[in-house]
Design a protein around this ligand. Structure first.
Ligand code: KIV
Length: 262
């Protein structure tokens, strides 16, 4: 049965659970096969799949194209589409229009937006109009130029207070869960104990309700090093490289045999 946001909300405070990103039908089918409650079509798409060096250039059309590929093969997991940079920051109207596109055109079940207090009105508007929202606070990669780089957030007192306020604001605005990215363990524990919605951590320590990872980081699919908080479970890049070399050599040394035609 298809998971709903009510199922996700009920998972607050229970057994820890996990989520992964997917960007196409292939990766989504791997995740679906192992029965994860939710899948995020992250705008990390830009770096993992489209060759951009940040998430900033990712467009609505690219996100719709890839989210559609995921929803075509996913029957059980809740599919959440990440709203890309400047698809909701400029106005509430544009945010509602673009969130609506994800539901109508790509069959997503929910959307994700970055930001806390500043997104309260947008989150309320989307929820009131029937669009479930996953919030994302702490390190918010779409603000990377303003934040001054990928670093841990909420280390000093002022930032800690702001991130806690952000968590409470998105909960009160109606978000069904909140992603906490790159914040200290003590702060994610405080947020997890304060809010009534599930907290989903990435680089936020063990005290959250759920963990999310970018699938290519989990699988070691890339030649570049994943962020330091990623615990490697596989190094498939090396295996793929070896397999490609074997195929290439087998053709070159004539040991690769095609079936004869006719
Ligand atoms: O874009 C993404 O993949 C994300 C997750 C890392 C939370 O936002």
């Amino acid at each position: 049965m298809k998971k709903t946001i009510l199922d996700i909300k009920k998972m607050k405070g229970g057994k820890p659970w996990s989520m992964l990103t997917a960007y196409d039908a292939l990766s989504a089918s791997w995740i679906e096969g192992v029965d994860f409650p939710a899948i995020l079509v992250g705008d990390s798409l830009g770096m993992t799949t489209l060759g951009y060096n940040s998430t900033l250039p990712v467009t609505m059309n690219e996100m719709i194209h890839h989210t559609s590929a995921v929803t075509r093969v996913v029957e059980k997991s809740l599919v959440i589409a990440d709203m890309p940079f400047m698809s909701y920051q400029d106005s509430i109207e544009n945010g509602l229009f673009n969130a609506g596109r994800f539901i109508k055109e790509s069959n997503a079940d929910a959307v994700k937006v970055e930001g806390g207090v500043i997104r309260s009105v947008l989150i309320k508007t989307l929820v009131k109009n029937g669009i479930p929202v996953l919030a994302h606070i702490g390190l918010t990669p779409q603000s990377i130029k303003e934040l001054g780089g990928y670093r841990i957030h909420g280390v000093d007192k002022e930032e800690r207070k702001k991130i806690l306020e952000d968590a409470i604001a998105v909960q009160n605005a109606g978000a069904f869960a909140v992603v906490l990215e790159c914040i200290p363990d003590a702060l994610s524990e405080e947020i997890t104990n304060t809010v009534s919605i599930p907290t989903i951590g990435i680089g936020a320590g063990p005290s959250v309700d759920a963990q999310i990872l970018v699938i290519s980081d989990l699988l070691g699919l890339s030649s570049t090093k994943p962020p330091s908080f990623v615990k490697p479970f596989a190094n498939l890049y090396n295996e793929i490289e070896e397999t490609l070399k074997k195929f290439k050599e087998s053709v070159e040394n004539r040991s690769y045999h095609h079936k004869k035609r006719g």
